[in-house]
Design a protein around this ligand. Structure first.
Ligand SMILES: Nc1ncnc2c1ncn2[C@@H]1O[C@H](COP(=O)(O)OP(=O)(O)OP(=O)(O)O)[C@@H](O)[C@H]1O
Ligand SMILES: [Mg+2]
Length: 328
């Protein structure tokens, strides 16, 4: 095993993990949407959950991370969701992140051929698989990360939107037939908002937010970077931890990035670089755009606003700010 001078860690998330388990332990009755700000740890949490329940033989868990997948057509979707049983040959199994390489469902050669020729309904194939598992007393779970990437794809017949059809299918599989748990994660808060306000999906879905780490978690972590990150070269005192918290809060990716930089530079240099980068990012986003400028100036006074306070703001700009991870 390679030994690094700094390693990644996994802090807390007990409450969130318990919430996910609570969802899985009940009979399937809703789709669960996991959302949260950029890099809050959604994918990491899903992988953790995956590892935990994969070890328990009660569940058949299918994890698909669409970020890793090239998706521009219906056929790409079929490839991502369905893999023939012999397509695994030559690939080493056992390593953690490989599951998503295999697609969600393994098929016999005939069904695969029919699917590829568009002569088989992918939703029926999935449903049959869920029923087969249910008969064996195994609970199927589907986890799809970066679900919004399916937007823009269409079914070959009648040009139906794939994402809408898939969502309807998941509603049928959860709320109506109670066959399968479905967890959908997305880093696109704008997409989640659209799902949330969609009247057709009302009373079919649950929403779970994964926010950045709490202050207490960050302090527990940074007081013992030897334990959590295997860092031997330096430690942090309370004042330094406070500075880090005040700069990046509970954003684990950014905290880790600071820890990396501290091998080479003093804390004040690292912090001022981060501040310069953030300023540049905002300056770039608002450059020569009065509406964007005025929107952000509004948030500068108070970073959390009610939607009603934003009446009169162009919703496109607001949406763009969310899509670009400027606002959340
Ligand atoms: N509980 C945690 N403790 C420490 N580090 C964490 C934790 N959760 C996530 N991280 C780290 O934070 C980074 C971002 O995590 P991850 O990619 O899972 O976030 P995400 O919400 O899926 O991001 P995106 O919005 O891009 O999809 C990773 O480097 C990961 O190792
Ligand atoms: Mg992610």
């Amino acid at each position: 095993m390679i030994r690094f001078k700094i390693d990644v860690t996994f802090i807390n998330r007990e409450k969130e993990m318990a919430e996910l388990r609570n969802y899985l332990e009940g009979r399937p009755n809703s789709i669960l949407f996991l959302y949260g700000p950029k890099s809050s740890g959604k994918t990491t949490l899903m992988y953790r959950l995956f590892e935990q329940i994969e070890a328990e033989k009660r569940y058949k868990i299918n994890f698909l991370n669409l970020r890793e997948i090239f998706l521009t057509s219906y056929d790409d979707f079929i490839d991502a969701f369905f893999k023939s049983s012999n397509s695994e040959k030559g690939l080493k199994t056992g390593t953690r992140r490989q599951y998503s390489l295999f697609g969600l469902f393994k098929l016999d050669a005939f069904t695969e051929k029919m699917l590829k020729k568009h002569q088989e309904d992918p939703f029926l194939v999935m449903e049959r698989e869920f029923q087969r598992l249910a008969k064996k007393g195994i609970q199927p779970v589907i986890i799809i990360d970066e679900f919004h990437k399916l937007d823009g794809l269409y079914l070959p017949d009648k040009q139906k939107r794939l994402m809408v059809e898939l969502m309807n299918f998941f509603v049928a599989m959860t709320k109506e037939s109670h066959l399968c748990h479905v967890i959908i994660a997305s880093s696109d808060a704008f997409f989640i908002e659209q799902v949330y306000v969609d009247s057709k999906l009302r009373k079919t879905s649950k929403f779970m937010e994964l926010d950045y780490l709490e202050k207490e978690d960050v302090f527990v972590w940074l007081r013992d970077i030897k334990k959590y990150n295997q860092i031997q070269a330096y430690t942090l005192d309370e004042k330094q931890i406070e500075i880090i918290w005040n700069t990046v809060g509970g954003s684990a990716w950014e905290v880790y990035s600071i820890l990396e930089d501290l091998f080479q530079y003093p804390l004040d240099a690292v912090i001022s670089k981060i501040k310069r980068e953030k300023t540049a990012m905002i300056a770039d986003w608002t450059f020569d755009d009065a509406a964007r400028n005025s929107l952000l100036r509004y948030f500068r006074k108070q970073p959390i606003r009610k939607l009603t306070e934003l009446a009169g703001t162009d919703k496109n700009i607001l949406g763009q700010a969310v899509k670009d991870n400027i606002l959340y």
